[in-house]
Write a protein that binds this ligand. Structure first.
Ligand SMILES: *[C@@H]1O[C@H](CO)[C@@H](O)[C@H](O)[C@H]1NC(C)=O
Ligand SMILES: *[C@@H]1O[C@H](CO)[C@@H](O)[C@H](O)[C@H]1NC(C)=O
Ligand SMILES: *[C@@H]1O[C@H](CO)[C@@H](O)[C@H](O)[C@H]1NC(C)=O
Ligand SMILES: *[C@@H]1O[C@H](CO)[C@@H](O)[C@H](O)[C@H]1NC(C)=O
Ligand SMILES: *[C@@H]1O[C@H](CO)[C@@H](O)[C@H](O)[C@H]1NC(C)=O
Ligand SMILES: *[C@@H]1O[C@H](CO)[C@@H](O)[C@H](O)[C@H]1NC(C)=O
Ligand SMILES: *[C@@H]1O[C@H](CO)[C@@H](O)[C@H](O)[C@H]1NC(C)=O
Ligand SMILES: *[C@@H]1O[C@H](CO)[C@@H](O)[C@H](O)[C@H]1NC(C)=O
Ligand SMILES: *[C@@H]1O[C@H](CO)[C@@H](O)[C@H](O)[C@H]1NC(C)=O
Ligand SMILES: *[C@@H]1O[C@H](CO)[C@@H](O)[C@H](O)[C@H]1NC(C)=O
Ligand SMILES: *[C@@H]1O[C@H](CO)[C@@H](O)[C@H](O)[C@H]1NC(C)=O
Ligand SMILES: *[C@@H]1O[C@H](CO)[C@@H](O)[C@H](O)[C@H]1NC(C)=O
Length: 818
């Protein structure tokens, strides 16, 4: 009996608790509206995770009632408004699902003030407020399933973009102005400003003031919007936008994923026409502003502030400047700071002249084709006339040059080839957009003078010239100390048969027989293991080349002259006669011999032997007509390098004779020295060493006894500690331009990187030297490392970008190397 009572009591208590819980749940935290339920003024729907609320609210300083969604933590943080244009003047409004299945807002007289307005719904619908802040209307059975939603508030946003929202991008549909500002801070009705995506020619975010553009983000490059400063900073809250792959209707969607999903974030288009990114600061219990566009502190953010063909720079006075080759349209207004007229061409384009009535005399006299001028660190011009195409950088330039309606082009990684027609609009200087560069078309006469040599080149020539002078003097002193009498070969008559001695009898062997087996050779008393190598005495070489006959000369380089010769056995040889004043010491010469002899790579000519007599040093190669010899010795790229170098250094080059054989130890690129791989990039390496030598006034190999194994290691260590200026020869350090020298050192470091793939080719190197402030990649530490192939794999992508951008512009991808 007693136990029965107890059980009954327990059951009763449990039931009561259960009932209470159920009731509590019913009254509290409802996130859905179903058919027949109403949300009256004062009732609240709350998302399941308590982030968002839906209900009636009045904006600050207003008594009107609106149905909206807001962050629960702040009732004024409204992210969506239903009846924005139809306020309810009293508190009798209701929000519910109408008889036709739509979500509706009714005023106190039961007349409709807002409807989700979808046709053909069943009367069995329900809506749910999701944790993202999205209100979703769907059939009762599939409630909350956005993929089967009839309607969702994320598809009809008001002035706020939330994480999780998708903004469609489809060039067939065109501009999509998803967001519309409030009329004022206390009036949610439709304001003057819209914000959305312009998909044409590289999607970008745009804010319009009624029909006129007010601000744009710059083209999307698949990671960032190129015209927004600081966006590439991963720590930036702007970082996290994504553009989806096109769906079946070729629509793409912009989405945004915050790095920390627990952050409460919103992007709002304010009533005064700015986009604010806000984040809830839980400690300060307030919204902190992460960024604002257009930046109120930067007038240049306002669309085309300076007018056409002018670049706006907020930190400059005056802020507006015409592009080179352009002049103000209305000069007196422009000088008064009224920029609205913009700029126009000083000289009409050649392609336009020849096309029209003016194709007569003047055009023909001055008929050189138009040229492109490049400008860097700019927000690229607006897209209204921008075309995108899948071309490489050269084809991009060519296609623009070939079409008179093309006024500019750019090649941007992540976007590709961009070409513009007509006016170049809304240009802004951007320090942060260091790699953005575009080229605009001007008449040929707009290039500086006829000689096309920029001031920078002249400065570099002066600097390097001064440096070279020091090196020359040093070399001269050195040379004078150890000058010796040369064998009197040159006085011997040329090409006299009787002077042609038989091949060195003292060896008493057939030359080619010597080549077949390994032979230990003695150089200056020190023994060197050299397979297939022999020492040939000087007179034999002289004989074989008919006393270095002019007719036998194959060519001449900075390092000496190459002759063709024929041994008594009939074997053809090539003799590289290093000029006596060559800076190459015996030690290096021996190293070259040994290395080349060991490598015997197929890209290299086979070294048969050498000859040393006094200052006279010669290398004897097998002669391969039209093949590697020519390639090796007179390789096109090397030639251009020498040409180029001569042009910079002026006539001193030949006297100074600092150019040593590429194979000389210290100039050999790692891949050549270690694997015998020889390529264009090996020359780049040698050039880099030379550049560093000129700057430092020291030889690469002069370091072997010190703490650093080489000049390169020394240069790197200084470079890495930001003390690169200490590398510069003290005697010229004060007279050199720091920036120019640092640039040269930087370029030198790029050229001597271990990985051939990371080294630039000679063309961009020249461009880098010529341009004033190129954006240079960060060099990697040169270590002669065996890890090279791994590094190459890691960087293959960067290389691809670099290569594609390198041939005509200085835009080199940043490679994070340190
Ligand atoms: C509301 O009115 C007060 C007093 O006039 C003003 O200081 C405040 O800025 C107003 N708030 C908004 C959002 O307009
Ligand atoms: C609602 O009814 C009141 C009086 O009943 C009337 O004054 C008001 O104009 C009505 N409003 C609308 C929107 O019909
Ligand atoms: C509903 O849509 C129809 C056309 O589809 C339109 O004419 C009407 O104005 C819309 N009503 C509301 C309240 O948006
Ligand atoms: C929904 O519509 C069906 C017919 O289409 C009708 O039979 C039913 O009564 C309606 N239910 C409600 C709640 O209106
Ligand atoms: C909607 O579904 C819920 C259960 O999921 C049910 O309780 C409710 O009666 C349904 N409403 C309608 C109108 O069908
Ligand atoms: C919106 O445009 C109207 C008409 O030009 C203007 O009077 C009003 O000041 C503008 N509002 C804002 C917030 O700029
Ligand atoms: C960009 O970053 C720099 C340094 O971090 C900062 O000084 C500057 O204000 C930022 N600019 C913008 C527009 O946020
Ligand atoms: C593509 O368009 C068709 C017709 O407008 C539509 O039915 C379909 O849902 C769309 N597909 C996607 C993925 O939006
Ligand atoms: C500014 O210059 C333009 C012509 O470039 C002129 O039409 C306009 O009236 C000027 N505005 C002012 C305020 O002077
Ligand atoms: C050049 O020719 C094209 C078509 O032949 C024409 O449309 C264009 O107006 C011409 N341009 C000039 C400057 O005459
Ligand atoms: C032809 O030249 C005259 C004067 O040199 C110039 O005013 C005119 O605009 C030119 N016409 C065209 C089509 O280039
Ligand atoms: C030049 O470019 C315009 C626009 O890009 C294009 O319509 C036109 O066909 C092109 N002309 C030629 C000759 O390719």
């Amino acid at each position: 009996m007693e136990t029965n009572t107890k059980i009954t009591l327990s059951v009763f208590l449990l039931s009561s608790i259960f009932l209470l819980c159920s009731l509590a749940q019913f009254c509290y935290a409802v996130d859905t509206v179903t058919q027949g339920q109403t949300v009256a003024d004062g009732d609240i729907l709350t998302s399941e995770d308590q982030t968002f609320e839906l209900g009636f609210f009045s904006p600050e300083n207003s008594t009107f009632r609106f149905v909206g969604i807001w962050y629960k933590i702040d009732v004024q943080a409204v992210v969506w408004v239903a009846n924005r244009d139809n306020p309810i003047s009293n508190r009798n409004g209701v929000f519910r699902i109408g008889v036709d299945g739509n979500l509706v807002v009714l005023n106190g007289n039961n007349s409709l003030v807002w409807s989700s307005n979808v046709t053909g719904l069943s009367n069995n619908t329900a809506a749910v407020l999701q944790n993202t802040g999205n209100l979703v209307l769907s059939n009762n059975e599939s409630i909350g399933d956005t993929s089967r939603a009839h309607w969702q508030s994320f598809d009809e946003p008001t002035d706020t973009f939330l994480p999780g929202m998708r903004v469609p991008v489809n060039s067939a549909i065109g501009e999509f102005r998803a967001f519309r500002s409030w009329k004022s801070a206390s009036d949610p009705s439709l304001g003057n400003y819209t914000m959305g995506v312009d998909p044409n020619g590289g999607p970008q975010i745009v804010i319009w003031d009624r029909m006129v553009r007010r601000w744009r983000s710059g083209q999307w490059n698949s990671v960032i919007f190129t015209g927004i400063p600081n966006m590439s900073n991963i720590a930036s809250f702007l970082y996290g936008f994504k553009l989806s792959q096109p769906d079946e209707n070729r629509t793409q969607y912009f989405t945004y994923d915050p790095s920390d999903p627990s952050d409460l974030l919103r992007f709002r288009l304010t009533w005064d026409g700015r986009e604010h990114q806000l984040r809830w600061d839980d400690e300060a219990k307030t919204w902190s502003m992460l960024q604002t566009q257009p930046d109120p502190a930067n007038i240049c953010d306002i669309y085309n502030h300076c007018g056409d063909h002018a670049v706006c720079d907020n930190l400059n006075a005056p802020k507006c400047n015409c592009l080179d080759g352009f002049r103000p349209r209305v000069t007196n207004q422009w000088s008064r700071g009224n920029w609205s007229g913009g700029c126009e061409r000083r000289v009409q384009l050649q392609c336009q002249r020849t096309n029209g009535t003016n194709s007569s005399t003047t055009a023909r006299q001055n008929g050189e084709p138009d040229v492109f001028k490049g400008t860097r660190r700019v927000k690229l011009p607006d897209s209204s006339s921008l075309l995108l195409s899948a071309m490489n950088v050269d084809a991009c330039k060519a296609s623009c040059l070939g079409n008179c309606s093309c006024t500019a082009y750019a090649f941007v990684s992540g976007i590709g080839c961009m070409t513009w027609e007509g006016e170049l609009v809304d240009l802004q200087h951007m320090d942060q957009a260091g790699t953005l560069q575009f080229f605009y078309r001007v008449h040929n006469s707009e290039l500086d003078g006829g000689r096309k040599i920029s001031n920078t080149v002249i400065i570099i020539i002066s600097v390097l010239g001064a440096c070279l002078l020091v090196v020359s003097i040093w070399l001269l002193c050195r040379y004078k100390k150890k000058v010796k009498r040369l064998p009197v070969v040159s006085s011997m008559p040329c090409c006299k048969e009787e002077d042609v001695a038989v091949f060195n009898e003292s060896k008493n062997k057939d030359f080619s027989a010597d080549l077949s087996g390994p032979t230990d050779i003695l150089l200056d008393g020190s023994q060197v293991n050299g397979p297939e190598l022999t020492i040939i005495n000087f007179s034999s070489v002289a004989a074989a080349t008919k006393n270095f006959c002019e007719a036998n000369k194959l060519g001449k380089g900075g390092f000496g002259t190459v002759y063709k010769g024929e041994l008594s056995g009939g074997q053809e040889i090539a003799v590289k006669r290093l000029s006596g004043t060559s800076g190459q010491g015996l030690e290096e010469f021996k190293n070259e011999i040994v290395l080349i002899a060991k490598l015997q790579h197929r890209n290299l000519v086979r070294l048969l032997g050498c000859s040393i007599e006094g200052e006279e040093k010669m290398l004897i190669y097998e002669y391969l007509p039209n093949k590697s010899l020519d390639y090796f010795l007179f390789d096109e790229s090397k030639r251009s390098m020498l040409d180029w170098r001569t042009r910079i250094f002026g006539g001193n080059q030949n006297e100074a004779n600092t150019v040593r054989v590429v194979g000389t130890y210290g100039y050999m690129s790692p891949e050549y020295a270690m694997e015998g791989l020889f390529s264009v990039k090996s020359d780049v390496y040698s050039f880099g060493v030379l550049l560093l030598e000129i700057i430092s006034g020291r030889r690469n190999t002069s370091f072997r006894s010190s703490d650093y194994t080489s000049l390169i290691a020394y240069a790197w260590s200084l470079w890495n500690e930001d003390k690169a200026m200490e590398l510069v020869d003290p005697s010229i350090r004060d007279s050199c331009s720091t920036n120019e020298v640092l640039k040269c050192i930087h370029i030198g470091m790029l050229c001597v990187q271990d990985s051939a793939m990371q080294r630039p080719t000679m063309a961009p190197v020249v461009l880098m030297l010529e341009s004033e402030a190129p954006t240079l990649p960060v060099p990697r530490q040169p270590t002669y490392t065996s890890m090279r192939s791994m590094v190459d794999a890691d960087y293959s992508m960067d290389i691809h970008e670099t290569a594609s951008a390198s041939s005509k512009d200085i835009t080199v991808t940043m490679v994070d190397g340190r």
